[in-house]
Design a protein around this ligand. Structure first.
Ligand code: ADP
Ligand code: MG
Length: 318
């Protein structure tokens, strides 16, 4: 049963130096309790997509078309007041940099309580909830009375996760939640997100540039490049049957233990989204590109059940 259904979403930034096509015709669905990883190099439109799901794309960005259907209601058609009610309580967001959520000059407890009160929690209950959720993310009570600048990066991220889960949202969007953290803390935070998924049965959208992390943690993986979906499948299917040259290139670029060959990096650069190449957006970097790829946008084809690939050559490359 789907909790979120995204249909043909397009987002552009209207900058002084041109129109940036950041998200181009993206569709996907998120099931209850599912962890979907959205993977791609920097600049592939992942964060813009995450923001668009809550109609939060900043100026000069604009959602051009598409639907984001949450529990049967198109979020993009709601007025700002109705969206504010959903944001934080039914769909919450965790960012890479917890400073975007936390005010450095105010104590954790004050910010956390204010957030709860804004979302309609009774004043007499808030202190208990703050305690409960700080404990749930593995922080001691003492942290409540600290200021964000007194905390480590991992502790701050735990606080923003505590706030993100405190109202039992059905969907949590986590945009590179561990990218700014060192490896050990990264693992702890991902374990925490996993345990939240189990305990609260939340659906999670994990946005990451790291295919290895997605393969380790997610149920489903959507690979994006230049604003387009390249490949989309359940993790085990994707792992055993990678079909898109871009997914394969990302995979080849992963560092590997127990292998003598060096990882192969993908030559070339991501496209300039103000002036994207015609045809398949990946063709200038694709070793399999043929004439057709330079002219025609490849459709997203279902190659096997729930496995989608956008590549003209998918039938030939096995
Ligand atoms: N506020 C903005 N104004 C103009 N262009 C933007 C803005 N934010 C992002 N972009 C552009 O949109 C494209 C997608 O960016 P983004 O969604 O941040 O990708 P990712 O999260 O995958 O790195 C990039 O070309 C980026 O330069
Ligand atoms: Mg990003």
């Amino acid at each position: 049963m789907e909790i979120l259904l995204v249909n043909d979403l397009w987002v552009k930034y209207f900058t002084l130096s041109g129109v940036v096509s950041a998200v181009s015709g993206v569709s996907f669905k998120l099931r209850r309790g599912e962890m979907l990883a959205i993977v791609g190099e920097s600049g592939s439109g992942k964060s813009t997509l995450g923001l668009a799901l809550l109609n939060m794309v900043p100026k000069p960005g604009r959602i051009i078309r598409g639907e984001v259907v949450f529990n049967g209601v198109d979020i993009l058609k709601l007025d700002p007041r109705e969206i504010r009610k959903i944001r934080g309580s039914r769909i919450s967001v965790v960012f890479q940099d917890p400073f975007t959520t936390l005010d450095p000059l105010r104590r954790i407890v004050d910010q956390f309580e204010e957030f709860l009160i804004e979302h309609g929690v009774e004043k007499v209950k808030v202190r208990t909830i703050v305690r409960e959720y700080l404990e749930a993310v593995g922080l001691s009570e003492r942290i409540m009375y600290s200021y964000p600048h007194q905390l480590s990066g991992g502790q701050k991220q735990r606080v923003s996760i505590a706030m993100a889960i405190a109202l039992n949202p059905e969907v949590i969007i986590a945009d590179e939640p561990t990218t700014a953290l060192d490896v050990v803390v990264q693992k702890q935070i991902m374990d925490l997100i996993d345990s939240i998924k189990e305990k609260y049965k939340s659906s999670i959208i994990l946005i990451t540039h790291d295919l290895a992390l997605a393969l380790e943690r997610a149920d489903t993986i959507m690979v994006m490049y230049g604003g387009y979906v390249m490949e989309y499948a359940e993790k085990s299917e994707l792992f055993s049957n990678m079909r898109h040259p871009y997914t394969r290139a990302l995979f080849e670029a992963l560092p590997r233990v127990l292998q003598r060959d060096l990882p192969r990096s993908l030559p070339g650069y991501p496209p300039d989204l103000r002036n994207p190449p015609p045809g398949c957006i990946f063709h200038p970097r694709c070793e399999f590109a043929v004439e057709k790829c330079k002219r025609e946008l490849p459709p997203l084809i279902e190659v096997s059940r729930n496995h989608f690939v956008s590549c003209h050559r998918v039938g030939e490359l096995l």
